[in-house]
Design a protein around this ligand. Sequence first.
Ligand SMILES: *[C@@H]1O[C@H](CO)[C@@H](O)[C@H](O)[C@H]1NC(C)=O
Ligand SMILES: *[C@@H]1O[C@H](CO)[C@@H](O)[C@H](O)[C@H]1NC(C)=O
Ligand SMILES: *[C@@H]1O[C@H](CO)[C@@H](O)[C@H](O)[C@H]1NC(C)=O
Ligand SMILES: *[C@@H]1O[C@H](CO)[C@@H](O)[C@H](O)[C@H]1NC(C)=O
Ligand SMILES: *[C@@H]1O[C@H](CO)[C@@H](O)[C@H](O)[C@H]1NC(C)=O
Ligand SMILES: *[C@@H]1O[C@H](CO)[C@@H](O)[C@H](O)[C@H]1NC(C)=O
Ligand SMILES: *[C@@H]1O[C@H](CO)[C@@H](O)[C@H](O)[C@H]1NC(C)=O
Length: 527
Amino acid sequence: MNIPALLYFFNLLWTAPSVVLSRGVGTKAAQFKVHSLPGIASLPSSWAGRIPVPGAKAGNEIFFWLFETEQPAYEDNLIIWFNGGPGCSSLIGLATGNGPFSFDGNSTNLVRNPHSWTQLGNVLYVDQPVGTGLSAASSPYPVRDNGQVTENFAAWLHGFFDYFPHLKSKQIHLMGESYAGIYIPYIASQLVNSSASLNIASMSLGDGSWGNAAAMSSVAIGRYIRSKSTLLDVPDEILSVFEEADESCGFNGVLAESAIYPPQGTFAIPGNPEFFNLKRRRRDLTNALTAACDIGPTTPEEVRTSIFNSTCYGPCATFSTAMDYMTAKSANSSTHGCYDVYDISHDCSSISPLPLLAEYFSRTDVQAALHVPHNGPYSACNSTILGTLLAAPSPVPPEYFIMPDLVTNHNISLHLFSGEWDMLINHLGAELSLQNMTWRGAQGFAKPPNQLFYADDAAPSTTENAIHAPATTMVAATSTAKAAGTWAAERGVSYHLFREAGHSVFVNKPREMYSYVRDVVVAPRTG
Ligand SMILES: *[C@@H]1O[C@H](CO)[C@@H](O)[C@H](O)[C@H]1NC(C)=O
Ligand SMILES: *[C@@H]1O[C@H](CO)[C@@H](O)[C@H](O)[C@H]1NC(C)=O
Ligand SMILES: *[C@@H]1O[C@H](CO)[C@@H](O)[C@H](O)[C@H]1NC(C)=O
Ligand SMILES: *[C@@H]1O[C@H](CO)[C@@H](O)[C@H](O)[C@H]1NC(C)=O
Ligand SMILES: *[C@@H]1O[C@H](CO)[C@@H](O)[C@H](O)[C@H]1NC(C)=O
Ligand SMILES: *[C@@H]1O[C@H](CO)[C@@H](O)[C@H](O)[C@H]1NC(C)=O
Ligand SMILES: *[C@@H]1O[C@H](CO)[C@@H](O)[C@H](O)[C@H]1NC(C)=O
């Protein structure tokens, strides 16, 4: 399996109006005020720096960057943004489409982002766990597992509110992507358990790893490849090997059950595909990390062997084989030479933002402006943290009991969303997992998530027509506006599938994502 895939798979290895905020900011916080940022003339009021994790060993401090809302109408919201990894910096999201600035093309020149979420609330970016991005950690690396990540962040947030007490009463919206699909539900659960005084209003998880790992990977990947075979350029002879596997491994049966609305019971996953199924045998991490299992399959015979006869990946290894197949194929392809598991539409002209982040946030003048002088080189993702948390016992997928409890017993809205071009955590696996989840007295959605939403309206009011008509007819019916995707919401949970977006939806679709945050996440709730 390739390295980007591992950034996800660790968890599957079992086991203007500056008066608004400034008024509330005490003198204690003045040390964190960002007075100017190199390369950009104007920025919403912001505060940045490191605050220690209460109770942790000295040297364990979490970096934050807090922006004040630019529109007073939204001052009641505090959005907290988490990138995944584990070990990836939330400055990635900030600089690639949800924050107030982004990079100008393939340069470190900064430009203002017209779709910045800072217009919709106070936005807090956090580099966590300790040691991520511009945060600091003691040595040897002290965080051992997800439980500690959760406790550290909850403790830290209380420390943060000591400096910014006026934010403590805001509606808190926890938002993140990828591995944050685990961080956020666990953190929300810890916060509601430890403190009655915070108002956790919602959780939004984009392309998140919150479901059973086998469901989100092995079970869904064959169907995903077939649905995107043109864009992926996968020939029929390879597709039919995946089809054969989906049939004999029982995945087609699971997918067929999940296509019935409302669902008729939970969907059992036969066996233990790739050792990803819940609480079965722990997968051998060493082999997966060193790529020892990768036979570089390109022919139908090699693909079949890798799926069915890999003693290394385990049984029915459709996901790992698909990853290896795409990597091997793209290595020799002139057209797919820059295959990107996070966004299958990418080609060699696509810009990779991580080197730009590394260059910009490693600058001493930038670090001084953010009150982390002489931090040393910044890297967007940290492999020590990834490896450490990878080797730790994995948390139970939040889908099983954490998310249903938060929605049902704590009235926290849950917003799930996917980008159709993300192959790593593909939308079919998310939809399957969602249908298998039980909250507020029922399992899954009663109707398929096929209502249309639009670039400037992410939650159009439901009409009978929209619910029942196939998506294609509706596009014709509303020909003036092209749909941004399909959605549904039931009993406090919403799901949006964004068309033409990858793993980070706002990278391709900043305008659509802005509407989503406005209309779905921070919108007044209807209960
Ligand atoms: C990753 O984090 C560890 C622990 O804090 C630190 O020792 C190491 O220097 C970091 N690596 C990078 C590349 O930032
Ligand atoms: C919070 O409490 C609930 C109910 O006791 C428990 O199931 C859950 O695991 C707790 N959350 C955390 C993060 O410890
Ligand atoms: C559905 O949930 C049950 C437990 O309630 C679990 O055993 C099963 O593996 C899950 N199936 C999927 C497809 O996630
Ligand atoms: C896979 O292994 C089984 C038994 O171990 C064997 O019968 C079968 O021929 C093998 N298939 C392939 C494609 O190598
Ligand atoms: C890629 O091309 C090289 C040189 O032509 C060849 O040796 C190699 O086997 C090919 N790899 C794949 C995966 O097709
Ligand atoms: C972006 O710049 C880097 C460094 O100069 C270069 O290696 C890379 O190819 C460029 N990417 C594109 C898409 O032009
Ligand atoms: C749940 O939240 C909604 C929106 O804030 C509110 O209208 C409703 O009264 C809440 N329900 C409970 C049981 O607290």
